[in-house]
Every structure is written in C-alpha cells, then in structure tokens.
Ligand binder design. Sequence first.
Ligand code: UGA
Length: 462
Amino acid sequence: MKIAMIGGTGYVGLVTGVGFASRGHDVVCMDIDERKIDGLHHGVIPIYEEGLDKLLQEAWNNKRISFTTELNKAVVESDVIFVTVGTPEGKNGKTNRSYLMSALKSIAQAIDSYKVVVIKSTVPVGTGHMAGNLFKKYVKDPSVTYDIVSNPEFLREGTAVQDFLYPERVIIGAESEKASVIMQELYKSFDAPIIVTDIKSSEMIKYACNAYLATRISFVNEIAEICQKVDADVSMVLAGMKYDKRIGGLYLNPGPGFGGPCLSKDIKSLIHIGKKAKANVSLLKSVLKRNEVQIKNILNTIQCELMGIEVKKVAVLGLSFKAGTNDIRNSPAVHLIDKLLDSGYHVSAYDPVVRNYEPDSKGSIIFTQSARETIQEADCVIIMTEWNEFKELDVQDMNKLMRTPLVIDTRNILSAKLAHEAGLHYIGIGTRIQNVQKGNRSRTLSFRLSGFSAKNVTTQNS
Ligand code: UGA
C-alpha cells in the first residue's frame, strides 16, 4: 500500500513510517521541518531510537521510504494518510490541536480521490468527528470520498521500533466498512489481535491506557513511601505482589515519578475532557498530584541528609526521562536540577546520551563526560535515570571519589547491601534504611566535613 506520514520526522511518524516500509509498504514521510527532512536525505536521524537506523537504511536501500516537505504530493500519491503531528499540552491541560487541525485542513484541501485519513496522534475524544466536519468544509471536489479513522499508537520511547513491529494489539476506530477493511489489510502481517471500535472509543482507549499506567506508577510510589516510613522494603513487597495474576509485575517500579512527553500530558488532557463532560475525575487528579510529590520528596531527602554540611557539589546521574532515549521533555532529572539550582546547590550532571541542555533555572551547573567525573568530590550522588552504565557503578570506587558518601538511588538499581558495605549512605525509593548505616554515616560524613564539628553532625543524625 502507499502510505503518507504527515509529521513524519517525529518519534511516532518516523518509527511508524520506517516500520510500515520494513513490512513492504511504500512510505513517504512528510514534514514541514526542512532541516530534519534535509538531514534524513543525508542519513541524519533526528531521534535516538534503538534499531531505527538499521531499519531505515534497509527501507532506503529497498526504495520503500522517501522524505519530503511537500504535503500535496505526499497526499495525492498515497492511499492511506497517517497524521502523526504533535498534540502538545495547552492551557489548563487542554490539548493544543492547532498543528493537527492545520495538517488536516491541508490534507482535506489536497485530496483528489478516495483516501483513508488516519489520526495516530493522541487526541481528545471527539477529534475524529471534528476532522470529519473539517473535511466536509475543505474538500474541494464534492464527489471525492474519504474516511477518517483513529489508530492510536502505543510506542514507548527507547523500545518504539520493537513496539511497532511486535504490537500487543492494534486498535482501529473506524465507522465505515471500507476503511476498516483497508486498515485490517494494512496490519495483517502483524501478529497481533486487531480490535475494531467506533472512533470515540478508540480515542478513549489511548487515554485510558496511559492513565492506567500512570496510576500504577503513582500507586507504587505511594506504597514505596509508606514502606520506607514503616521500615518495610518495597522490593520485597513487590515480589510478594507480582505473582498475583490480577496485579502482575510491570509498571510497578518505584522511581522519581513518571516523566516524558506523554503520561502527564495525557492525564491532564483526560482530566480536562472528563471535567468538561461533568465526570468525576478525582482519581486522575490524585495520580498527577502524587507524581509531583516525588521530586519534592527527593529534594527534601537531600536537604535533610546534607543539613549541617557545607555542600560543594550535588552529582546527578541521568538526564533523560528514562533509559534508552535522549528525550528530556518533562524529565524528573530536569525538574530536580531546577529545584537544586533554585536552592543554591552546585550541580554536576552526566548522562550517557544527553550531553547537555539549558536549564530553566539560573545557577551553577556543569556537564561532565563521565559518571566518574561527575561523582568526583560530590557531597551527594543522585541516580535519576536507570541507564545500564549506572547499574554497573563500582560502589567502592564511588566511596573513594566522593567527598561526602551520600547516594540517593531513585531507580533502586544499585545493591543497597553492597553500597552499605562499601561505606556509602545509600537511600533508595522505598528501600529499608538501616540504623547501623545511619550511625556509620554520621561518622563517615563528619570525617569528611569541612567547617563543621563531628559533634554537630552526630547530634543531627541521632
Ligand atoms: C508511554 C506509554 O508507555 C506508551 O504505551 C505510549 O505509547 C506513550 O507513552 C505515548 O503516549 O506516546 P513513554 O512515555 O515512552 O510511553 O514511556 P514509559 O516507558 O511508559 O515511561 C513513562 C515514565 O514512567 C518514565 O518516566 C518512566 O521512568 C516511568 N516509569 C515507568 C516508572 O517510574 N515506573 C515504571 O514501572 C514504569
């Protein structure tokens, strides 16, 4: 089939385009961003996504994929037109559909024969029908027919290629038999159940999924906090929960809170949609609120643990919102760094993929080229992203390098036991903090203090 991806250089558009091309379809990725299209013509991929380069190269060699800035040509020459443009957060959580509407209008004006127009961007419920009305207004030739379809994506950054090639399900929101058949044909080579729904239900499925995932994360973060306060260990609690098939073990990793461009934005949008429809959205609001508490808790821990110490440097390991991506949008690490800088801490940061960025807050920050360099002379190391490189950190070496041996591991990727044995004061999320360790810590910290007496510190920790 001939496919156009409008917004075809972003995470969703490019991965979907390359993915369909790898399944033997002819794909044209269209984008108004000339720089990115030009880059793609020269082999420069604008996003970091594992496996994408290889698949793109193959599709390019097989002449299955092309790139253009010309929307009309891409639309006219395709049977199915995917819209994958961004739908960012607008005011009060309302989704900003301006890019989407503008793309849809251009498509409507361009079509000259039957097309299936598929909305893949995450959109408020009712958008598909709005698109239908827009088409009625802007399609030039009244004899030209079309169908609007909703086909939400479930790609996770970092594993998007695999998620596309091996989906767990395909959702098709179609209200005409013709469009439904075409879409099922398109996905027939994928080994996944296809669920056909009406357009609104399909749009809602996407929000319900992301809201549910976020709810699990907020839930486990709350459980982790309670664990820590009652001296239980969240990893043991989870080990006991996950064998219950009704619960399972996925999306229950405690951490610094969910980040990235999707979960928060989609929950806010769903709250907005629900409120507008006069539905009770109190649970969704709590999920969001709980998420905001995570970073505040981490900052509080740093402030309490380092109280009385002349803090020279806080080392942040990891900047991207999770491992496997270079995306720092709504990254917990970035939010924490802003708060650290606002509170006057000197920050050094390292990420294996994100080399640097411009923080919103003014303050003292340096970006280093290695984890060791960041850790050197630090008063506190905070692990924010679960990169494999950090899982292999040598705790003995860390203790030697650090000025004050406080390690806050927001991803629970280091062994608390080994860290403790290496003399580090280790704090995970929901992991047990051993009293013995606290005692050791006051000695270790006081030993390394400059300008404070050992007595001060011991009193503070006892
Ligand atoms: C999410 C969904 O998982 C995808 O299905 C969806 O297609 C995508 O949004 C989207 O709407 O486009 P993504 O944002 O890439 O994907 O990332 P996730 O892997 O879901 O992680 C989101 C955040 O939750 C990250 O900050 C991650 O570190 C955090 N997380 C995830 C946890 O804190 N604990 C967990 O157990 C899982």
